[in-house]
Design a protein around this ligand. Sequence first.
Ligand code: ADP
Ligand code: MG
Length: 220
Amino acid sequence: MLKISNLSKSFFVSKQEVNVLSNINLMIKNNETVALKGPSGSGKTTLLNLISGIDSVSSGKITFENYDITSMNESSLSKFRRDHLGIIFQFFNLIDDLSVMENVMLPLSLTELELDKKVYLAEKVLKSLELHHKADIRTNLLSGGESQRVAIARALVTRPRLIIADEPTGNLDKNNTDTTIHLLLQSCKENQTSLVMVSHDETLMKRFDNVYELNSGRII
Ligand SMILES: Nc1ncnc2c1ncn2[C@@H]1O[C@H](COP(=O)(O)OP(=O)(O)O)[C@@H](O)[C@H]1O
Ligand SMILES: [Mg+2]
């Protein structure tokens, strides 16, 4: 379970303190899917960066199960991300010189699994995202929707406990958005993975277990 308590975050811009998140309290249960909405600049990306430990809080606490994300050092944080977290970005961040299969297997290269097992896990996740037939294609030949599904497969392949996704359908048309979100939510439920997804798209909200709205750095 992810627990965010009394979280605040400020940035310093030319020595001026700019408060971006104020007193955020949020609990996300195991296997729960959560959408985070709010206007541009309301602090959504900042909140995700704090959850993943990419950025550090100004005050407050974030825990995930037994891990206190807000007090871990850089090397524990990278291990935590590798072992428990999947991250999906708006711009897919795939490696174009590699095939779909190779992109999806990348996070497994950091594990000590046998090659057979890595291939098995990658094939399984490609199947669940309806990408199996594209396994050997280089990712620069894919459509936007397919590329984002590869990025999702890459985030899911390590079977993380939590996925965070920042506007993952921001670049997709409606059809691709619907398919992508359907497959993402279905895969999270199958793998018992929690999901925190930032989205502007009101039509997607009803598919999530819970929706939270940020406005001027506060949950409303
Ligand atoms: N590294 C930073 N330094 C200074 N200000 C930042 C930094 N990152 C984000 N901000 C500011 O914090 C606010 C929230 O940004 P962000 O979390 O990206 O919003 P959202 O994702 O909801 O659009 C914005 O006003 C943005 O300019
Ligand atoms: Mg953002």
